[in-house]
Write a protein that binds this ligand. Structure first.
Ligand code: F0G
Length: 456
């Protein structure tokens, strides 16, 4: 059969509260035209993030009841540790309350004056944690990765030529090469095994560590299975194990491919890094066998990590994103092609050519999708990554102005996706009437979460 069904039945449901456009206009104005400040109950289809928003399975809920809440040495930790170790092969498995906590700890351990990190594209929390320490994060995506309409099977790859020359140029200063799988900020695009292998070889040739940001490792592994012929017969676990074998350490937010609502970890095999990381962990997260999580959270993650590698699940997961993308493509909506693993990325720059980057086309589009149909997405463009040079006052804009519509795992059905596509198509038909925004408040870092805007 051609139809790929959701490979689950629904046991527990949450109502969606219907709202009118007039209500949403009031809500958005009160939120300073920033969807992060809108209450979830005022949203119909919440595509803000795929992070921590998964539906858990009955097996995960059952596992939670087995959670051992002992402060030290809980049974749940050892179950979690064994599962993470099976996938990653690392010796030291250090739980943290979410991905950015693992990042903060790792980058503190690796920090040296004038440190540099090279990556395919650093995610915003990764970049912020690096820059907060005074280090520098440099993105080296392949050229195809920054052109929304250009097709490439592994658009998340790092540019190996630039990686090689930057490793030489900054010899001694590069603290790590960070490969984010899938490449979230670059469109949820996969990284090929060949690219990972070569990036690892180049890094190691300079004595540099390779760190895998593995939030969406299973989705990436599925793309490798589909698109890299020598992996067609391998299991997702085998592919994941090979991916991790090229890395010296990993940070993971279990809120994505852990199919859990909270949690993350740092893992590595280096005893010194692990010892330093555990010391920092105790300072802010907790004892090394719980790292800021409850025993039941560790159980949910351990079970989620198993379920996320099931091929029926991944086939449905990747297909549902592709289906959403195809519906929009049929209506001529500009977006990143091909679709990534966890989200559809609308190309707001092409969608709204009348709105210049300084007037935040991504934010304008995200807001309009909310007004038109109660859909919440997130801007990934000049609000998130625009940078003002304090000396000259000139603003540097990122290469793409995007709106990400991230699909929570196992939450929405095909009719939700059809509705979202209908709303976006309707906004596209009226795109010429949309106008820009000006920013009226911004925080010193991660400004997109709390910024406020006013219509121009
Ligand atoms: N790395 C990547 C690639 C991510 O996508 C995220 C989170 C993190 C690290 C940080 O993990 O949230 O558990 O602290 N991404 C979410 C998103 C927030 O919406 O894409 P965290």
């Amino acid at each position: 059969m051609k139809t790929i069904i959701e490979p689950f039945k629904i046991k527990s449901v949450e109502p969606i509260r219907m709202t009118t456009r007039e209500e949403r206009e009031q809500v958005l104005a009160a939120a300073g035209y920033n969807l992060f400040s809108v209450r979830a109950e005022d949203v119909l289809i919440d595509l803000l993030t795929d992070s921590g928003t998964s539906s858990m399975s009955s097996e995960q809920w059952a596992a939670m009841m087995r959670g051992d809440e002992s402060y030290a040495g809980a049974r749940s930790f050892f179950r979690f540790e064994a599962q993470v170790r099976e996938i990653t092969g690392f010796t030291h498995i250090i739980p943290a309350h979410q991905g950015r906590a693992a990042e903060r700890i790792l980058f503190n351990v690796l920090h040296r004056e004038g440190g540099i990190y090279l990556g395919n594209t650093h995610f915003d929390t990764t970049r912020a944690n690096i820059e907060y320490l005074g280090d520098e994060a440099i993105d080296l995506p392949i050229p195809e990765g920054t052109v929304p309409s250009q097709l490439h099977p592994f658009k998340g790859n790092i540019d190996l030529d630039r990686l090689a020359s930057d490793l030489r140029r900054h010899a001694g200063a590069v603290r790590a090469v960070i490969m984010t799988v899938t490449n979230n900020s670059g469109g949820g695009q996969p990284v090929s095994m060949a690219n990972l292998r070569e990036a690892s070889r180049l890094a190691h040739a300079q004595g540099t560590l390779l760190v895998l940001d593995s939030c969406r490792f299973a989705e990436n592994a599925y793309f490798i299975k589909q698109r890299e012929p020598e992996y067609a017969e391998k299991s997702i676990l085998e592919i994941a194990q090979e991916m991790f074998s090229y890395a010296d350490a990993t940070t993971m937010s279990a809120k994505k491919d852990g199919l859990a609502n909270i949690g993350g970890f740092l893992a590595c095999s280096d005893d010194e890094i692990a010892a330093a990381a555990r010391n920092l962990l105790i300072l802010t997260e907790g004892f090394p066998t719980y790292g800021g999580l409850a025993g039941r959270d560790l159980e949910a993650i351990a079970q989620g990590l198993r379920e996320v590698m099931e091929e029926d699940y991944l086939r449905y997961r990747i297909r549902s994103v592709e289906y959403f993308c195809e519906s929009l493509q049929a209506a001529g909506v500009p977006m990143i092609q091909p679709p990534g693993g966890h989200a559809v990325f609308l190309d707001a720059g092409s969608f709204l050519p009348q709105v210049p980057p300084a007037e935040f086309p991504g934010q304008v589009l995200a807001n309009e999708l909310y007004l038109a149909g109660g859909i919440r997405g997130v801007e990934i463009g000049s609000v998130m990554f625009g940078k003002e040079d304090p000396a000259t006052g000139t603003v540097q804009h990122p290469p793409m102005e995007l709106v990400r519509l991230a699909i929570p795992r196992r939450v929405y059905t095909q009719s939700h996706v059809d509705y979202a596509a209908e709303v976006i198509t309707a906004v596209h038909a009226e795109r010429e009437r949309l106008r820009g925004l000006k920013m009226t408040y911004q925080a010193p870092f991660l400004r997109h979460f709390t910024a406020r805007f006013a219509p121009l």
